[in-house]
Design a protein around this ligand. Structure first.
Ligand SMILES: Cc1ncc(COP(=O)(O)O)c(C=O)c1O
Length: 351
């Protein structure tokens, strides 16, 4: 099957740079960024700081490094980080908060990756030498395992008030912050102002091949810079990839609404199919989770059958499948995916 026949819904990280993005990368002016000499990296960092309304920003290779350098810069070994039980920093970053920063995690429950200010208040440790010290709260927006769910400004503001009352810092895992902004009409700085540090990714919905950034005060970003080096993330002629990120910021933010429409269309159609369940209202941005009925096989077996017919999705639990829309999935391809899912589920008995 050729690339053009495949509808790859496994993740929004699978996008390939567009011809214009590749051209911008080929044309990029570069220098040695470890010396601070790369003009394109410098331009990207200034642009991200401005977009997020922060004093400074730093380009890093990945979303995980963005989160983990921000965590390391704002905690001490023995501290405790408050985060959702489904958060990316807990599940998918190889245990880095403990491995790299020596911190434990206090995990909060809550629907679709969201918790409340009172959950946070109840989780903060008393100032007592027996306890780990709560120092940092991490919010993920949009929330990946929560189904691309979006946080409201009101709930974030309420958590900030608790953080201030107890002298805690807040980090935003904004790998998909731009999806939240497009879904709600809130500008990036409108979310970022509640956080001490913000990470954001260029290589997810924005379609750049690589790169993320951390933004915050100049003093915090100086510390992040040090930990980027320590964690092996200092890059040399990084302007080549920074140019892809700049191109993505300038050209690919507004179009995220197409991805959101496509995810909703897929969810609405799948909700009518036998063997799959999804609440279309739970799809707020570009991520949809489907539950596979036990009598319709497993997520693994269903994904295998869909894949043989050119529709790639990700089994994420024994009965759970994830589909993510992105720059390289058109509305026509979504319609094709719907036809394939409908044919497979309508015509096949349990596996
Ligand atoms: C919410 C969230 N944060 C962080 C990351 C980490 O990004 P990376 O894969 O670039 O390390 C991801 C990756 O999918 C993510 O979904």
């Amino acid at each position: 099957m050729t690339d053009t026949n495949i509808v790859d819904l496994r993740s929004d990280t699978v996008t390939k740079p567009t011809p214009d993005m590749r051209q911008a990368m080929a044309d990029a002016q570069v220098g040695d960024d470890v010396f601070g000499d790369d003009p394109t990296v410098n331009r990207l960092q200034e642009k991200v700081a401005e977009l997020l309304g922060k004093e400074a920003a730093i380009f890093v290779p990945s979303g995980s490094m963005a989160n983990q350098t921000a965590i390391r810069a704002q905690t001490q070994p023995g501290d405790e980080i408050i985060a959702h039980a489904d958060s990316h920093i807990y599940h998918y970053e190889a245990g880095a908060p403990s491995g790299l920063s020596g911190c434990s995690l206090r995990l909060l429950p809550g629907p679709q990756g969201r918790y409340t200010a009172s959950d946070v208040e109840a989780a903060i440790r008393p100032l007592d030498s027996h306890f780990p010290q709560s120092t940092l709260i991490v919010v993920e927006n949009t929330h990946n395992r929560g189904g691309g769910s979006v946080w409201s400004i009101d709930s974030i503001a309420a958590i900030r008030a608790v953080a201030d009352a107890h002298n805690l810092k807040m980090h935003l895992d904004g790998a998909r912050l731009m999806n939240a902004c497009i879904a709600t009409g809130t500008p990036p700085a409108g979310y970022a102002k509640y956080f001490d540090t913000v990470s954001t990714c260029f290589s997810k919905g924005l379609g750049a091949p690589v790169g993320s950034a951390v933004a915050g005060t100049a003093a915090t970003i100086r510390r992040v810079h040090r930990f980027r080096k320590m964690f092996g993330g200092g890059m040399r002629q990084a302007g080549i990839i920074a140019a892809g990120a700049l191109y993505a910021i300038e050209n690919h933010i507004d179009r995220l609404s197409d991805d959101h429409d496509n995810a909703k269309r897929l969810a609405l159609a799948a909700a009518e199919m036998p063997g799959l369940s999804i609440d279309p209202d739970s799809v707020e941005t570009n991520i949809a989770y489907f539950d596979v009925d036990e009598n319709a096989g497993t997520a693994q077996s269903r994904c295998q059958t869909f894949r043989e017919k050119g529709v790639w999705m990700l089994p994420v639990a024994p009965q759970r499948i994830r589909a993510v829309t992105h720059l390289d999935v058109s509305r026509d391809q979504i319609e094709r995916a719907i036809t394939v899912l409908g044919n497979v589920l309508g015509s096949q008995s349990a596996v």
